[in-house]
Every structure is written in C-alpha cells, then in structure tokens.
Design a protein around this ligand. Structure first.
Ligand SMILES: [Zn+2]
Length: 174
C-alpha cells in the first residue's frame, strides 16, 4: 500500500491508515489523530485561496485569487499555494532557507514574509520535477460511503466541504 493525497497535493496519507480494504474511508475513530487533524483541515483548505495570491490581491480582491492546489506544513499553520505559486514556495523552501522551518509552525509566517517582501522564484525555476502536477480535476474520486458516521471532524472555521467530493491521487514517483 502506498501514500495518497486527498483533495490537495502535498500532505500524504498512508493508504491503509485512511482507507479500508474496500477503498472506503475508515471511521474517523480508526484514523490516528495526526492524520485525522490533517483530514479535518483539508475540508477547509480544499476551496481556500492560495496564500500567495491572497498576499497579492488581498481580502477585498479575493475573487482574483486562485484556489490552492497544494498544501505544505503543519495543520493550522500550513502554506497553501496554487500551481503557479508552488514554484515560489519550492524555491523558498529549497534555496532560501525555508527547509529550516520544516515541521515548525513558524513556516507559514516565514514564507508569507518572504513573499510579501516581493521575493519570488527566478523565472522558469525548474523546481517542479519532484512533485506530481496533476490537477485536482484529474484525480479519481474515491469511493466513500454516505452517512454522517463517516464524516470527518467538522472544521472550526469556514465552509465545510464534504470529503466525498475529494479526489485522491497516487504519486507516481518519489
Ligand atoms: Zn497563487
């Protein structure tokens, strides 16, 4: 069994931890807390605007922001970026000291500050080879049972998204 992403690329879950033998979501009590927290967080993030777009356009121009495609970092302190701005994040992470924040809540603020200062990846930055670039729309929909007992933890903010709408993706490399 491999690792899968659900809803957004980035966070990965052990397939057998999240899905049962029939490929259906496990009861949430069966899922270990860290994974459960990330799943709950994803239900908010899956339609949220890209952090970098938001820093450019601001709340008043929110409709111009791209919806995030990928998530990095810790739940509640994550960075979410659209496909275009993922290059900036990866450049920051790999070349500008971002990796020092791996696993730390401060990562989000550090990246936001770097980006808000006008820093960007160089044009044509070739940092994308290690990530799967399939769009959310291309992901196959998981087979998920209906019923509230299968629902994940409700988010503490924002609009709730039914996890049954999520796609899941099988990484091709790494
Ligand atoms: Zn963006």
């Amino acid at each position: 069994m491999g690792k899968v992403s659900i809803g957004l690329r980035g966070w990965r879950f052990d397939e057998e931890v999240v899905f049962d033998d029939d490929g259906e979501f496990r009861e949430r009590e069966e899922i270990p807390k860290p994974d459960r927290q990330r799943l709950a967080r994803l239900s908010i993030l899956v339609n949220a605007p890209c952090n970098a777009c938001w820093l450019i356009h601001g709340e008043e121009d929110k409709e111009r922001c791209e919806v995030a495609a990928v998530v990095y970092g810790e739940p509640g302190h994550e960075v979410i970026v659209c496909a275009e701005h993922e290059a900036d994040f990866l450049y920051w992470f790999r070349e500008e000291g971002g990796a020092d924040y791996a696993g730390e809540e401060a990562m989000q603020r550090a990246f936001h500050e770097w980006f808000a200062d006008g820093e960007r990846a160089p044009a044509g930055y070739g940092g994308m080879e290690h990530v799967d670039t399939a769009s959310i729309e291309d992901l196959p929909a998981p087979s998920v049972p209906t019923g509230e007992e299968r629902a994940i933890d409700p988010p503490e903010e924002g609009r709730r998204v039914d996890i049954r709408e999520f796609g899941r993706e099988y990484p091709t490399g790494e």
